[in-house]
Ligand binder design. Structure first.
Ligand code: GDP
Length: 432
């Protein structure tokens, strides 16, 4: 669903507005400066349209004061939403903090509604009019507490809201979607046959399953999965010219539809550039990853020792991916794919609460500060996870971080939270 975010200083009445929009009657809890709470997303409905309402929460103002914390909050909200409701207190007027947020909002190019709250009656009309000066267009006078003006505001928000969100990730029902990847002859169709051939699942019996004929419902160890784009695996088209190009295209298309990739690697062959390219495509796609070493029945001791060295050398960059040793032909150990897929998907779905993440950052920075650079030390000021699938973090810093320090943060994140089977992304925003 499209996403509407509510942004504003503490005490301007964000929570009251959230409650009003949601039609809730709970006691209004105002933001208390000094209380860290997370973004909260609520399902909302107006004029038969569904959308997500993000209450951006109040974040602990640090030494740099409340200004900075509101600015950060706004920055994250902007990234996460399709439309912003920027709330100001009409009784107070626009403050310097508000002005700073306005600059950010204007730069973002996202549609913004300027909401002048606490206008319980028309006595405040001149104060509302004064807010034109913020340059965000018409100030919308509302009283979140009494409901005045909120319906009109929402009517207009609905007109601006896109049908399809540019930021929200679609949640599809049904079994989780797996892309089975690997170069020709690694055993993809053997694996499918072994799993699907023996325990065929009737597609229509499963609620919410896709009807896409190129996908297939496959049961492994009592669990149903949607293997995407299996038609390409079953129908063995051998293209001569440009085969690589088409293979890449097919892999990318499958990844697009999948949540997790199982990359099959043939243990009887050396790990090849083609294997590594496929893994790179998975990493680029941001999907979860499981490595399955196939034809294990053919492995002798000598090859096995060599394989271990190869894995250490060539697959070090994906040492976080669960590995399973299987034999697609005999069906041996196929069931081990299930806990591996579960682990990878769970990591991929993980959300680290903002407070916890910042506690983690604070400890990390204290223990191991960024090395001095030209007499200056870039500081990590604040961080938040802006997305999952895969986990994506934004760090706000006072200067660019050395690549080595970024890697250090990555490593610590994995040590602390596991993230087995998922790529993680860290974006750095340098604050001026
Ligand atoms: P695909 O191109 O990835 O779909 O590979 P196939 O499933 O067609 O397998 C290619 C060849 O490897 C076939 O001859 C399979 O019988 C064989 N094969 C697949 N999996 C195994 C396995 O686990 N052990 C052994 N020994 N052979 C396998």
């Amino acid at each position: 669903f499209p996403v509407v975010a509510i942004v504003g200083r503490p005490n301007v009445g964000k929570s009251a507005l959230v409650n009003r929009i949601l039609g809730r009657r709970e006691a209004v809890v105002e933001d208390i400066p000094g209380v860290t709470r997370d973004r909260v997303t609520y399902p909302a409905l107006w004029n038969d349209r569904r959308f997500s309402l993000v209450d951006t929460g109040g974040w602990e103002p640090d030494a740099r004061g409340i200004d900075a914390s509101v600015a950060l909050q706004a920055e994250v909200a902007i990234e996460l939403c399709d439309v912003v409701l920027f709330v100001v207190d009409s009784r107070v007027g626009a403050t310097a903090t508000d002005e700073r947020v306005v600059q950010m909002l204007r730069r973002s190019n996202k549609p913004v509604f300027l909401v002048a709250n606490k206008v319980d009656d028309s006595v405040l009309d001149p104060e509302v009019a004064a807010l034109w000066s913020l340059g965000l267009g018409e100030p919308r006078a509302v009283s979140a507490l009494h409901g005045r003006g909120v319906a009109d505001l929402l009517d207009d928000v609905m007109k601006t809201l896109p049908e399809v969100s540019a930021v929200a990730q679609p949640k599809l029902a049904g079994p989780r979607r797996v892309a089975l990847l690997g170069r020709p002859n690694v055993g993809k169709s053997s694996l499918l046959n072994k799993a699907a051939g023996e325990e065929r699942v009737v597609v229509n019996e499963i609620a919410g399953t896709t009807r896409d004929p190129v996908d297939e419902q496959v049961e492994i160890a009592g669990r149903v999965w949607t293997f995407v784009d299996t038609a390409g695996i079953r129908r063995r088209v051998h293209l001569q010219k440009g085969a690589d190009f088409y293979a890449t295209l097919r892999t990318s298309a499958a990844l697009e539809k999948a949540e997790v990739a199982v990359v099959l690697i043939d243990v009887t062959q050396e790990i090849s550039d083609q294997d590594l390219r496929i893994i790179d495509l998975v990493l680029e796609s941001g999907r979860a990853l499981v490595l399955a070493f196939n034809k294990w029945d053919m492995l002798d001791d000598e090859r096995r020792r060599y394989l271990e060295r190869e894995i250490e050398q060539d697959l070090a960059h994906v040492d976080w991916a669960p590995r399973v040793n299987i034999s697609a032909r005999t069906g041996r150990h196929l069931e081990k794919l299930v806990p591996a897929l579960d682990a990878a998907l769970e990591s991929w779905d993980t959300r680290v609460p903002t407070a916890k993440f910042n506690a983690f950052l604070a400890e990390l920075v204290q223990e191991h500060p960024h090395p001095l650079r030209g007499g200056k030390q870039p500081r990590v000021l604040f961080g938040t996870q802006v997305q999952n699938r895969p986990p994506t973090f934004v760090l706000f810093t006072s200067g660019f971080l050395d690549p080595g320090y970024r890697r250090f943060i990555q490593r610590r994140l994995r040590e602390t939270y596991g993230f087995e089977g998922t790529p993680i992304q860290i974006n750095v925003r340098v604050r001026e």
